[in-house]
Design a protein around this ligand. Sequence first.
Ligand code: HPA
Length: 250
Amino acid sequence: MTPTIAIIGGTGLTSLNTLEITHRENQSTPYGEPSSPLIQGKLSGRTVVFLARHGLHHTLPPHKINYRANLWALQRIGIKHIIAIAAVGGIRNDMAPGVLAFPDQLIDYTWGRQGTFFDENLTQVTHIDFTEPYCPQLRGRLIQAAQLLNLGARESCTYAAMQGPRLETAAEIRKLERDGCDIVGMTGMPEAALARELDLRYATCAIVANWAAGKAAGEISMAEIERNLQESMARVKLLLTELVPIIDPS
Ligand code: HPA
């Protein structure tokens, strides 16, 4: 079966042991190499492809990821739905470490990234609608699966895409809060926009790894981020197992 569902794994999810792997494919694209091979296998009875956003050994920082190659490679093999897993910092009061959140809006603060396929050799200038940056149907399925599992996921929030790789200052987080952002990460853009340009259904499952800068006393500890992510991954895998079978075929 040609796979139509892809999971892009982020920090804390460089492999998916619930996937019964059938084969791996190295794809090259007009934009260069994707972050990792496309790992194909079975999850809940459906064929699914897994891509490690930061590479299989977590060596690509957010600003060095070849987002265009990743999205292009997935579309080329016939993918229609993308579930993006993303570690974030929590800004809103109910975004404590360990919480799962499904953003419905984003603000892009990144710079200098290759953010469009409509760049060169154009026959006409192309703009995409991005009013709703995440696919409402796929988000609906994420919400449904999380409710079935009683995960207490946050079903609506705004994602701030920051440049990184450093974490933010406390003042930057206060600014993001004034802007209406609830969670903050580094890889949500241009990934979401490129998916839309290719007409792919795209939704994000964010995992809060830490309180954003200034939201808790003291510095942010990388060890704590890792521990929180590790603790949360079992729930993310459970969610994916519940979600995959209820994704609409087209
Ligand atoms: N800021 C930005 N990206 C992140 C954070 C954060 O606090 N935590 C995990 N990814």
